[in-house]
Design a protein around this ligand. Structure first.
Ligand code: 13P
Ligand code: SF4
Length: 325
């Protein structure tokens, strides 16, 4: 047994990785990793991707245990879609502040004010909020989901006002009623910061996540979910890209596209809760089988229907990368 006090950082991490992979087999676990996770967590992924791809992957997961390296709402969705599996979130405090910007009471009030409107919830919501909604969406299918609501002229879109505005631009025949929610990480970037980066790398295309402010989206060459960025870059003619989303994306993009250049406009683009998951916590999670995320009862039944409706509209095509570690 290696003594962790005598290992340098690289050896320490390699040591943890070995232990995780051994324990993963023993416990019949699969490690699902969001694209914003730390580099070393991306390296131990069985499946990595964006929120939609990870929901689809969770449905197909062939294991007793899912270790979800992401934030709380993602583990909740995995539990709702896999009631017979144990879903572990290595760090219990890894939440999404945007998901906490809408309450059940607040949403019920909004529904009273707009009784004719359908409620579309971004996947970045709690299970209780999903249970109050008609259909879910992610950043990769939000436009498609809202367009699919043929019987509705009005849509309450919760909680991200920036994604909601982007949907409104792409679905002009419906009225999108916005909620005042936002991602505290993505709104830290202004278009000045992005234009500065463009001055330094004039040949680079600007690719932004729809959670960014409208002034950033208006100067972008492409607006994509994190999985959408991977797909676009793979076949794009351009060789350089300014990536306006969370920093963790650079590691995966560089690894998958060795001949291309990627720049982040500011190091403000770090999601603190996505970065809470470390190799140490993943190992602890497998050893102790903590922290289990389990949604049950009426909330589970209702939220399941809302997620399932989305998966049906989206089709089964997954943007997940299977790494086969
Ligand atoms: P994606 O679905 O694009 O991966 O986004 C998830 C998220 O939390 C963005 O901030
Ligand atoms: Fe939530 Fe923003 Fe972090 Fe995504 S990047 S998990 S929306 S806080």
């Amino acid at each position: 047994m290696n003594d962790p006090r005598k290992l340098d950082d690289v050896k320490y991490k390699e040591n943890l990785k070995k232990k995780i992979l051994k324990l993963k087999k023993e416990k019949d676990a699969v490690i699902i990793v969001h694209n914003y996770q730390r580099d070393e967590i991306q390296d131990i992924a069985d499946i990595s991707g964006d929120s939609l791809a990870l929901s689809q992957a969770a449905v197909r997961a062939d294991a007793k245990v899912i270790v979800f390296c992401g934030v709380h709402f993602m583990a909740e969705s995995a539990s709702i879609l896999n009631p017979d599996k144990i879903v572990l979130l290595p760090v219990k405090e890894a939440g999404c502040p945007m998901a906490d910007m809408v309450s059940v009471e607040g949403l019920r009030q909004k529904k009273k004010e707009h009784p004719e409107a359908a409620v579309v919830c971004y996947v970045n919501t709690t299970a209780a909020i999903k249970a109050e909604s008609d259909i879910c969406c992610t950043s990769s299918n939000a436009v498609q989901i809202v367009k699919s609501l043929k019987d509705y002229k009005e849509v309450i879109f919760i909680p991200d006002k920036n994604l909601g505005r982007y949907v409104q631009q792409n679905v002009p025949d419906k009225k999108i009623i916005l909620w005042e929610g936002f991602c505290p990480t993505h709104v830290r970037v202004s278009n000045d910061i992005v234009l500065e980066a463009k001055k330094l790398h004039p040949e680079a295309e600007i690719l932004s996540h729809p959670e960014c402010n409208p002034d950033v989206l208006s100067i972008s060459d492409g607006i994509f979910s994190t999985g959408g960025m991977f797909k676009y870059v793979k076949t794009a003619k351009a060789k350089s890209f300014i990536i306006v989303t969370e920093l963790g994306m650079l590691y995966g993009l560089k690894k998958a596209n060795p001949g291309k250049n990627f720049y982040i406009p500011t190091d403000r683009l770090i999601c603190p809760t996505m970065k809470l998951t470390t190799l140490g916590w993943v190992l602890y999670s497998l050893e102790s089988m903590e922290h289990e995320v389990k949604i049950t009862g009426e909330i589970k039944e209702k939220a399941y229907k809302v997620l399932e409706r989305m998966l049906k509209v989206s089709g089964e095509k997954s943007g997940a990368a299977i790494s086969g570690v």
